[in-house]
Design a binder for this molecule. Structure first.
Ligand code: MN
Length: 335
């Protein structure tokens, strides 16, 4: 059965996105519902996600204030459409059991196909070479010969902007699709604005204070910065990386007398030095500050009781040691 007859044959489709649905997921879902209604005017699509991200709520407020996204689905649907995911696990606990009949399941997604895909759905539009589900769906409008209205164009462009990180990840097809959405009435600036989240006043002040108290350490041409604030350490680290640091370590001092350290590094730093902020830095640091530490290669933290300044300097020492241990192409060139 082709896509058009599948969608035309459905009167009660349910459209599912992944849990903590991001703007690409929710915007795709609303567009797919629009396609269903246009192909079959009697169709009454329902949308559902385990939960919707805060940013997605902001986008919906702006472009689809009346859209209803449910958290659970009752029986009685005749087609299940998975959007922006092809894995049941990603649907989250409340929805993973909705998908039961592969004959009546369609997947529209841009992630790598999951091995279980064939057993989930007999119908799939999975294009892992595309940068967003919204881009695929913009193409589907052509395929089924439907016009894209301005409302949907805004949603699809916003989903594309989000998943491509404002076209950092894109190719010619992506840009052509985006241009066509603008021609169909999408307001580029409004789409960009709908994705802007301004941190709270206290968070912004914390970031600025962290910048004001900065110490810069040069290790093998890498710029490692340390600072201290009361709260919002992780946000401050991201801010300092944005200002140009390769690694940022910020200690926070919450009122309970504990010390919290947060750290971030650039992908380039991790790729070229091999220094893992979790296992090389924050884990041993956790012990040093009489607490616990760990995390990921580019983002890690520790909690303990030793003063923040001392702890941050120790973290710098651990990075210095780790850089010496790891073969670093950068330092070979510069030495
Ligand atoms: Mn996506």
């Amino acid at each position: 059965m082709n896509l058009i007859s599948l969608l035309k044959s459905s009167f009660h489709p349910v459209i599912l996105g992944h849990h903590n649905a991001d703007p690409d997921a929710v915007c795709s879902m609303i567009a797919v519902a629009d396609i269903c209604r246009k192909l079959n005017p009697k169709s009454m699509p329902k949308l559902a996600c385990d939960d919707v991200s805060r940013l997605s709520m902001q986008v919906l407020d702006r472009f689809a204030p009346t859209a209803e996204i449910l958290e659970t689905v009752e029986d009685g649907h005749d087609l299940v459409i998975l959007v922006d995911t092809n894995s049941l696990l990603q649907l989250g606990p409340k929805l993973k059991d909705v998908v039961v009949n592969p004959e009546r399941t369609l997947v529209i997604d841009h992630h790598e196909p999951n091995p279980e895909l064939d057993s989930i759905a007999k119908h799939a539009v999975v294009r892992s070479d595309r940068y967003s589900a919204c881009e695929i769906i913009a193409g589907l409008y052509d395929e089924v010969k439907l016009d894209i209205g301005a409302d949907i164009a805004n949603l699809l462009l916003t989903g594309m902007l989000f998943d491509t990180r404002r076209f950092l990840y894109a190719d010619e097809d992506t840009l052509v699709a985006a241009t066509r959405l603008v021609r169909n009435g999408a307001d580029y600036q409004a789409c960009m604005n709908s994705l802007a989240i301004k941190p709270s006043r206290s968070e912004r002040i914390a970031r600025l204070k962290a910048a004001g108290r900065l110490q810069v350490h040069n290790i093998d041409n890498w710029i490692i910065v340390t600072s201290r604030i009361k709260a919002f350490e992780a946000s401050a680290c991201r801010g300092l990386i944005g200002m140009g640091a390769d690694v940022a370590i910020v200690s926070g001092n919450p009122s309970n007398g504990e010390v919290r350290l947060s750290s971030r590094s650039t992908t380039e730093f991790y790729e070229k030095t091999g220094v893992n902020l979790g296992s090389d830095v924050m884990e041993p640091l956790g012990e040093f500050i009489e607490g616990k530490g760990g995390g990921h290669p580019n983002a890690a933290g520790a909690n303990g009781r030793i003063l923040g300044d001392k702890a941050a300097l120790r973290a710098v020492q651990l990075i210095r040691d780790a850089i010496k241990r790891e073969p670093s192409p950068e330092s070979d060139e510069s030495s």
